[in-house]
Design a protein around this ligand. Structure first.
Ligand code: FES
Length: 158
């Protein structure tokens, strides 16, 4: 007896493969290779157990990015992000969290969406705000770190 499921499954796999290839082709016309690489294989996805600074910001599009920072001395030793946003926001979160590692808090506080856009080789007009959402969240996480540190310093001196 011939197992018809074998053919059905391989036809279905072929169909899915073709659809994925078509979607990727369309994405290549809109996004840079670097953006697609970061969106499909993002680094630093997740949360830190005891972050030194943390923030969650919702952008005008309704999507949210969360960034956690670990600070040792005055340098950022680790960073993680999560987002419910678009592929561009995943790419931006990946780049931002990678970029901050090993830098001082002061250096990181000067990062802007322009730096992220330069690394990604630009984003379509409709996705420019995704880079701003990532850097706004980073700034908020730095603000949280500074506030916590100021509070701890105050508590110690009391
Ligand atoms: Fe909302 Fe990209 S973060 S569209």
């Amino acid at each position: 007896m011939v197992d018809k499921n074998v053919n059905v499954n391989s036809d279905f796999d072929e169909l899915v493969k073709n659809m994925e290839e078509e979607i990727l082709e369309e994405a290549r016309e809109i996004y840079t290779e670097k953006t697609l690489e970061e969106a499909y294989n993002p680094k630093n996805v997740g949360e830190l157990k005891n972050p030194s600074g943390a923030a969650r910001v919702t952008g005008p599009c309704g999507d949210t990015v969360q960034i956690h920072l670990e600070v040792r001395g005055d340098k950022i030793s680790d960073s993680k992000f999560i987002t419910d946003g678009c592929g561009a926001s995943i790419a931006c979160g990946s780049v931002v969290t990678e970029l901050v590692k090993g830098k001082t808090v002061e250096e990181v506080s000067k990062l802007t969406d322009k730096h992220i856009l330069a690394i990604l080789g630009g984003l379509p007009e409709d996705n420019i705000h995704c880079a701003a959402l990532a850097t706004d969240t980073l700034k908020a996480a730095i603000g949280d770190y500074r506030k916590t540190r100021a509070f701890l310093n105050q508590s110690i001196s009391d």
